[in-house]
Design a binder for this molecule. Structure first.
Ligand code: IPE
Ligand code: IPE
Ligand code: MG
Length: 243
């Protein structure tokens, strides 16, 4: 594929991508910010700051490629166990990210959505999130989903409760009670930083997702690394239990 704005080796790699074989939904566990900072003798939060810039690049390239859904794990339910200062920094980074990104999201025809329990977030942040969702709701090119205060088990429990209330016990009924029922399961899940685990992300949805693990730390992940992951995905044979 010929993607505007890409140069050199990255553009060359992008030429190997086959449009018709791109994943419809890419999910990312953005991990390794703290280690990236530590390696440079910087406080962990500097890694989060750089990580936010990486996310912007990944969102923009996803839109250019024509990927329809991108889900990024920004804050897990378990992340509340971190030091208070780091949590506060992350919440503030989210505030800043939303403020800075809204115009770009609108310009690029991207719709923002959120998966997770928002009511446990600081109230002003909840408002900012709702505002960003409202302002970008006309976006048609890419559905950009931020998983915030998200946990896969919590989502499963929530869906099970919803299903029980409805009194219909089926996979279709369960699906209707997920945070974002209209979003198809991810085709590709990328985790950076060399950890080979799921860390309570999208447990129900990844039943048949292709997994891609890279040692690259999230702040160092770039267009080229993203395209490498997509090329790897295109070489996979998905069978869904069939022969
Ligand atoms: C991922 O980076 C970002 C969040 C979990 C918010 P980490 O902060 O987990 O970085 P490492 O894994 O400690 O390097
Ligand atoms: C997963 O990363 C959560 C996010 C990227 C937001 P963690 O760093 O929290 O996961 P563990 O603790 O290494 O499993
Ligand atoms: Mg981590």
């Amino acid at each position: 594929m010929e993607i505007e704005g890409l140069k050199g080796k990255t553009a060359e790699l992008a030429r190997e991508l086959q449009k018709e074989k791109l994943p419809r939904h890419v999910a990312v566990i953005m991990d390794g910010n703290g280690r990236w900072a530590k390696k440079r003798g910087l406080p962990r939060v500097k890694g989060h700051e750089k990580g936010a810039k990486t996310l912007r690049k990944v969102v923009e390239l996803s839109a250019k490629l024509g990927i329809q859904y991108l889900t990024a794990f920004a804050f897990s339910k378990e992340n509340w166990e971190r030091p208070r200062e780091e949590i506060e920094f992350l919440m503030d980074l989210l505030r800043r990210y939303l403020k800075n990104e809204i115009p770009t999201l609108i310009k690029n025809d991207i719709k923002l959505e959120v998966a997770g329990d928002l009511e446990e977030l600081p109230e002003d942040l909840q408002e900012k999130i709702k505002d960003a969702i409202r302002k970008t709701s006309a976006g048609k090119r890419l559905d950009f989903i931020l998983a915030i205060n998200y946990g896969g088990r919590a989502e499963i429990l929530r869906a099970a409760k919803g299903m029980a209330q409805e009194g219909i016990f089926s996979q279709e009924s369960f699906r209707k009670h997920l945070y974002l029922p209209h979003v198809p399961d991810p085709d590709l899940l990328i985790r950076t930083s060399g950890e080979i685990r799921i860390s309570n992300f999208l447990l129900w949805q990844i039943a048949y997702t292709e997994l891609y693990f890279t040692p690259v730390l999230w702040p160092d992940f770039n267009e080229r690394e993203y395209i490498k992951a997509l090329l790897d995905y295109q070489r996979r044979e998905r069978r869904f239990g069939r022969v």
